[in-house]
Write a protein that binds this ligand. Sequence first.
Ligand SMILES: Nc1ncnc2c1ncn2[C@@H]1O[C@H](COP(=O)(O)OP(=O)(O)O)[C@@H](O)[C@H]1O
Ligand SMILES: [Mg+2]
Length: 381
Amino acid sequence: MPSVDEILEGREICICAGSGGVGKTTTSAAIALGMAARGLKVCVLTIDPAKRLADSLGLEELGNEATRVNPELLSDHLDNGDGELWAMMLDAKETFDALVARHAEDAEARDRVLNNRIYQQISNALAGSQEYMAMEKLFELHSEGRFDLLVLDTPPSRNVLDFLDAPKRLTQFIEGRSLQIFIRPSGFAARVAGRGTGVVLTILKRIVGFDLFADLSEFFNAFSGMVDGFRERAHRVSSLLADEQTCFVVVCGPQGEPVDEAVYFHSKLMENEMNFAGVVVNRVRYRLVSKKPKLKDLTARIEAELGDHELADQVARNLIEYDALAVRDAANIDRLTESLDNDPVIRVPYLDTDVHDIEGLTEINRYLFASEQDRNRLATG
Ligand SMILES: Nc1ncnc2c1ncn2[C@@H]1O[C@H](COP(=O)(O)OP(=O)(O)O)[C@@H](O)[C@H]1O
Ligand SMILES: [Mg+2]
């Protein structure tokens, strides 16, 4: 089984996909650190990292820009002196604002959209906008060419398709009927005004507290000038996803349901002709014994060490329970491996402590960047 540096060979973008809570943020940061340690300039774009991890990456007070992780923190970890680790916490709203600024004809058009109440709601709530903005930022950084590798920690969506569909959904929204109604001069707006439904609008205004209708048409009119720019951009973002430089790593847990999900993600990525690099199964429990121990024997052995029957009984029960979970994990991972044909499955054990700093990430990397043989030895030895 190859290691992460092998599966990322020649790639410039690594998208970590998977459902939330499985260790996706941790894995993304660890991959970025590991590749920086091998001499690359790497930026990890992360979402909602645990506070302590954010602190240790120096992310606590930054906006939507990449910041370099203090090289002193990394000095023990960079085998190759050229490597750099950068990190960025994604802010979907700020990215959307920047996109509007880019596509607006002039400062006035920009401000009309940015200050519009409808826009302010939409930019937060637009379905898939978080996914889209993540890719938008990825696209921007990739175009700038400052980094050798970008690692994207995707928003915790239940469905990998949310992510693949995001550019399409944004353009559909922009091109969609909802917008056209307001953009076309002969559209809904004109007709409503013409028919003297002013009463309705006045009532509406009273209910929502501001002139919703005026805000809506103003927003859509200001936005209409940007439609082409957005569409073109979304198209390029889509192409980048499918490009040779880009690959997907699916992160999952070792339990039945997360494994099913990983199999599903894999099939969807293949269906959409994306480059699939492999699966990282995180928090795997490994067997500490080679066959299921008998409670009585185990208790006796532990009691000999601890000198306390009660305690020894508890420890033995715990160990047997843990062993059952480890057996189950192994079976799930076998099933995963079979479903993926020959695509790599990389296992990372359940560590004793939370992973919230460079040291913790380095611990994860002993597995991500080890040969399969080493990994097994590390986990069981
Ligand atoms: N292999 C591991 N062993 C022990 N704890 C882990 C491991 N991987 C992640 N964690 C911890 O699990 C929690 C969730 O991880 P996180 O990366 O934030 O998940 P996600 O981004 O998928 O929601 C964090 O507290 C993290 O430190
Ligand atoms: Mg996360």
